[in-house]
Design a protein around this ligand. Sequence first.
Ligand code: FAD
Length: 538
Amino acid sequence: MNRRRFLFSLGAATAAAGGAYAWRRDATTLPPLPPGEILGASNTVGHRLRQMDFPEPTETLQVPIVIVGGGVAGLSAGWKLQKSGFTDFVILELESEVGGNARSGENAITAYPWGAHYLPFPTQESRAVRELLADFGVLQGDPCAAAPVYDERYINFAPQERLYAHGVWHDGLWPQVGVRQRDFDQYRRFLDLMDDFQRRRGSDGRKAFAIPIDFSARDPELLALDRLSMRDFLLQQGLDSEPLHWYVNYACRDDYGCRHHDTSAWMGIHYFASRDALARDADRDDVLTWPEGNGWLIKQLRQRLAGHLLPNAMAWRVSALDRAVRVDAYQTREKRSVRRLAQTVIWAAPLFQAPRICREMTADRAAAIGAFEYAPWLVANLSLRGFPLERRGAPLSWDNVLYDSDALGYVVATHQHRAAHQEQTVFTWYHALSDGAPDVERRRLLQTPWTTWAEKILGELSRPHPDIRQQATRLDLFRWGHAMVRPRVGFVWGEARQRLLQTQDRVLFAHSDLSGYSVFEEAHYRGILAAERALAAS
Ligand SMILES: Cc1cc2nc3c(=O)[nH]c(=O)nc-3n(C[C@H](O)[C@H](O)[C@H](O)COP(=O)(O)OP(=O)(O)OC[C@H]3O[C@@H](n4cnc5c(N)ncnc54)[C@H](O)[C@@H]3O)c2cc1C
């Protein structure tokens, strides 16, 4: 979620005044939980890869380029091939739908995200993302403009975000009551520091912190920040304010699924210092968003790539022969495997699967992949028959965050609707499980039953919205066991990732994992790069 910088005014605490609502709840009269279920992602299919009990192929096809994985990276690779006039390719996707963790859902009320929900204005270095947005009509005019024009329907409507702390909703993500002058001073100092990093160039003349990450300076002094945690970086700067640590920790949990004591300081700073893109007629902190989040972008890609997409097809063996690469995929609907002989394979599935599937992978590359850690996430979509009661303070915003919570808050899927009056809505609630080690948290994610999650979510949301349980009509969950690669201390500029970035031969890695952190722009960039290499080789 985007963090709008809070414009200081100590008098702003008055924003919290007015509209007080008194609510009494009798625990014995709690309404029953709404209906709901755990919908995805289908880890049972993926777990078959451990057993490798797939039938041998019954058919062999020749396909010059096979893309494994229909997430943003795989679809972007396909989009680039098609744009370049190359049409002889297929995208294999193990799920019943493409989109990966940018997928979305829809009910009678609205479309809503199951994962990624916004795209910041792309930097000048994210040129291919700008071209994609121009292709979709989101960016209008010159994609290379310093401050492009974006279709205002897709720029987040105000109010953008608010924080629930001390029983009051605050505008923005910085609490405006209950903090001391020294907290404000430290917050201001932190922002100044981040502004300096944003302006900074490395000794090689590149931007210190760029998106895509590949465009960043390789200045050793800057890269040394990767060996420090974001928490320790703050403390080294004399920044020990508790609300400031909450704020930075929240940013790390929200974007990286990692607490700030686990997150590389280089990545922590990257979050605040890399986004320098401008847009005409929009604020710098605005973002692009849709009711279904980045699922809208997936829908556009899906339409353009119809005819190339093969859902319910899981690659389980990739083997380089003398003259071709053999891709065996189990097609779950037909319950059979099909072999495809390709000149080039674009591997856009998560990297952790590759050592099991790519048979000729060298031991050092497999070991490098072993160093990748993944954060588990839970996403809930909560349908409401009416907008819930509000505690006092800032009004309902697109993004709504709770200070005393291990979760990340919720976005309102109907926020970008243009209807003047809406009765029902859907809240999309996010939780990166980051308290313990990733494998422990992954077990917790998968073993916790729906009812426990539902009680947690409704219990937490009933603090700012006392009648949320009465309003709830449905609550569905998506569990992302390997939601995103964790940019932990030492990882992003460490040896493992660098080893995997070295150009490969006929199996080209394209997943966002390669960037060491997970956002749309990186996934898109990796897909485009792999497509360009595949085209050069064909
Ligand atoms: C909860 C959540 C919220 C997020 N929010 C944002 C956000 O707001 N903004 C943002 O920019 N980014 C966000 N991200 C990150 C963003 O969604 C990802 O960076 C991006 O979608 C990753 O795309 P990808 O193609 O690299 O990988 P994936 O999405 O992992 O796609 C890989 C695809 O490969 C398929 N696959 C796996 N194994 C096989 C196989 N053996 N055979 C065939 N197919 C296979 C998978 O099913 C999947 O579809 C979020 C991520 C999560 C989890």
